[in-house]
Design a protein around this ligand. Structure first.
Ligand code: PLP
Length: 388
């Protein structure tokens, strides 16, 4: 038995690659995992301690649906301190089960079957399937390496129809690592205002960004706070992927339906994890800064090394922890290359096709792995590509 909505979504193609890598490992092969989309650091100790303390203090019960007030207040303070954006903790913030839930809530609580949503192509894999489960039509807008993977506002405008209700923006981007510049964002904001569109701005990698690039929070642009849902969370910068905590910020008129949907979906997120998240926002930022520094060193090494490999070409990512090289010059598509690297080099990657049709002929390599492993992956990939 399967619903019509479920029939519209495939088994995650990324999972297919994970499963293939796991199978080889079970056969005794040594695999270097560059397919992973999570920091390879543990959650900082003071965050872990805060969650343990909450458990010991008996914080074992449901929290308010929108999240514990202290956490919503800490999130509001972060936005005010960093972006001079004021969100009311009582009505404009919902703590979610990761950004993943935020995406689901936005697509289901705000859009109707038959609506269209503009989604970057390539993009993190959740957006298209989640739209499809609500019979919303995902319309891709291309991001091209030639253009440093920046969205082209003219192309976006061409894709807007009377059915378009929302634009998704992801900056810094998974899978490309590109950071969308202020000027481009302003043009897109202008389109959102002109065509009365909601904007879903995924800013989960906001702080994983390498100078001189800077993050621009979309809601700070003119006319945008009232039509933007900012998605953010704790998974990446605080290395808390398994804690499943994120949040949605927006005007009350958009947050209210989202909160009602969230109430019946998951009630509230894990209470003691939320106490950990408060420590993340209020406590020592040193461990996260050290992690970022390490990603920066790896980015510089890995980018310089990967562009030396025959047939690989790549734009330099300015954020997140991925490289997204094109391998088209080798004559292979992303799947063929990912399979070859897995089988011959023992290096697990993800085919660019998994992120959208515009990702064809690319592979995604994550540098959320030790410098030592990255060096050995480079030498294995290089050897594989030079062997006839
Ligand atoms: N948004 C983007 C762009 C991502 O790349 C990812 C994870 O890879 C997520 C959201 C997931 O965030 P969360 O763990 O908060 O669900």
């Amino acid at each position: 038995m399967e619903s019509i909505a479920a029939q519209r979504i495939p088994y995650s193609e990324i999972r297919v690659m994970f499963d293939a890598a796991k199978k080889l490992e079970q056969q005794g092969r040594d695999i270097i995992h560059l397919e992973i989309g999570r920091p390879d650091f543990n959650t900082p100790e003071h965050i872990v301690e805060a969650a343990i303390k909450a458990l010991r203090e008996g914080k074992h019960h449901y929290s308010p649906n929108a999240g514990i007030l202290e956490l919503r207040q800490a999130i509001a303070k972060k936005c005010s301190d960093e972006y001079q954006l004021e969100y009311n903790p009582d009505s404009e913030i919902v703590v979610t089960n990761g950004v993943a839930e935020g995406v689901y809530l936005a697509m289901h609580a705000l859009l109707n079957p038959g609506d269209q949503v503009l989604i970057p192509d390539p993009a993190w894999v959740n957006y298209n399937p989640v739209a499809l489960t609500n019979f919303v039509e995902p319309v891709g807008y291309p991001l091209d390496a030639k253009n440093n993977f920046q969205p082209d506002p003219d192309v976006i405008e061409d894709k807007i129809s009377s059915r378009t209700k929302m634009i998704v923006l992801i900056s810094p981007s998974n899978p490309t690592g590109a950071v969308t510049g202020r000027e481009v964002l302003e043009k897109i904001a202008h389109l959102a205002n002109k065509y009365n569109l909601a904007v879903l701005s995924d800013e989960i990698y906001e702080k994983i960004i390498y100078p001189p690039s800077e993050h621009v929070c979309l809601a700070t642009l003119e006319g945008m706070k009232n039509r933007t849902l900012v998605l953010n969370g704790f998974s990446k910068y605080y290395s808390m992927t398994g804690w499943r905590l994120g949040y949605v910020l927006g005007p009350e008129k958009l947050i209210n339906p989202i909160l009602r949907y969230h109430q019946y979906m998951i009630t509230s997120t894990n209470t003691f994890a939320q106490w950990g998240a408060i420590a993340a926002l209020k406590g020592d930022q040193g461990p996260s800064e050290a992690m970022l520094n390490e990603f920066h060193i790896r980015r510089d090494y890995f980018y310089d090394a990967i562009i030396q490999i025959p047939g690989f070409s790549c734009t330099k990512p300015e954020g997140a922890f991925y490289l997204f090289p094109s391998v088209k010059e080798t004559g292979m598509d992303g799947y063929q290359m990912a399979n070859k690297l897995l089988e011959k080099a023992g290096v697990a990657t993800v085919a660019g096709e998994c992120f959208g049709k515009n990702g064809a002929g690319c592979i995604r390599l994550s540098y959320a792995n030790s410098l030592e492993n990255l060096k050995s992956a480079v030498s294995r990939i290089d050897k594989t590509m030079r062997d006839k």
